[in-house]
Design a protein around this ligand. Structure first.
Ligand code: GLU
Length: 303
């Protein structure tokens, strides 16, 4: 498959499309980004790498980081994590409080904010230095180093009232062990991670490679765990638009309100797009369009 030719073709088409939607502004620091940024990078299990546009510029990965925290918790704690977080699509907004009460504080999945907060709580209880240990885990995934953005974490902390509410609510329902303030600080740091499309696609390549890194052949997750993480991305990776992404694109992925989308074709590649304008569901408008056209043109999807 001549991926560079196909990416070039789709990129040229989508670059010309006027981006619709809005840049996320509920985290004030995110609103400062140039809305016209557009980058894409693919990394394949055959060790082919190719990027176009702003693919080497770091951006705020936001909820894409929830895949990293899930993988780390899953690696440390194994199947026990599913006692505290479910694997069902929520059908509600990513920061919704609605279902939690009826579900007794067990979040629907690890990719909505409630679920990610519970995963953060697990990591805090099980890591000696949660922030450093998280960065060390990420450093194993590829040759790249990624860092937190203290500015973005501080900006979110200032305005993250809903996450504060979620964390306290789950604590009151008995599914957060640590102090909510500690959990929230770690969660805001996690969301503030910055990486480029190139770095992210290389970092997540293990999910296309049966759980092993390509550069060092290190087992991050078992084959079965990798299948499960990809399955949750397929059903829950795009807020309450996961069905639409599945329908249009046909591979698992995870988006973030910084405008990034990471998607995996198991056995083949990991691909990352970045364009900050979001549709009304919170997913990158151009990123979704790009990936839809790309999987259509390659005639490759998991279905
Ligand atoms: N830090 C963001 C929040 O908690 C993440 C949202 C996202 O990317 O889905 O609201």
């Amino acid at each position: 498959m001549n991926y560079n030719h196909l990416i070039q073709k789709v990129y040229t088409k989508i670059e010309a499309v006027a981006p619709q939607g809005e840049v996320a502004s509920y985290i004030p620091e995110l609103s400062k980004i140039n809305p016209n940024k557009f980058g894409v990078h693919i990394s394949t299990t055959q060790n082919f790498n190719f990027g176009l546009g702003d693919y080497q510029e770091k951006f705020s990965i936001q909820s894409v980081s929830k895949v990293i925290s899930l993988c780390l918790a899953y690696k440390i704690l194994g199947e026990t994590i599913w006692k505290r977080v479910d694997v069902e699509p929520s059908g509600t907004k990513f920061n919704s409080l609605l279902q939690l009460e009826a579900d007794n504080g067990i979040p629907r999945n690890p990719f909505i904010n409630a679920g990610a907060l519970v995963i953060c709580d697990m990591l805090i209880s099980n890591l000696e230095n949660p922030e450093e240990d998280l960065l060390a885990f990420i450093a194993n995934l590829s040759d790249h180093k990624v860092e937190f953005s203290l500015k973005i974490a501080a900006s979110e902390k200032l305005t993250g009232y809903r996450n504060v509410a979620l964390c306290n609510f789950i604590k009151s329902l008995g599914n957060i062990d640590n102090e909510p303030e500690v959990v929230l600080d770690f969660y805001f740091k996690l969301c503030s991670l910055e990486a480029s499309c190139e770095e992210l696609s290389q970092l997540f390549l293990f999910l296309a490679n049966q759980g092993k890194t390509l550069h060092s052949n290190l087992e991050i997750l078992t084959k079965s765990q990798t299948k499960r993480v990809n399955a949750i991305m397929q059903t829950c990776g795009f807020y309450d638009e996961s069905g639409e992404f599945s329908f249009r694109v046909g591979i698992p992925g995870k988006s973030g309100v910084g405008g990034g989308i990471m998607a995996i074709h198991p056995g083949k590649y990991s691909i990352v797009t970045w364009s900050p304008k979001l549709n009304e569901k919170g997913n990158s408008y151009k990123g979704m369009r790009f990936l839809e056209d790309f999987t259509t043109l390659t005639e490759q999807s998991i279905f």
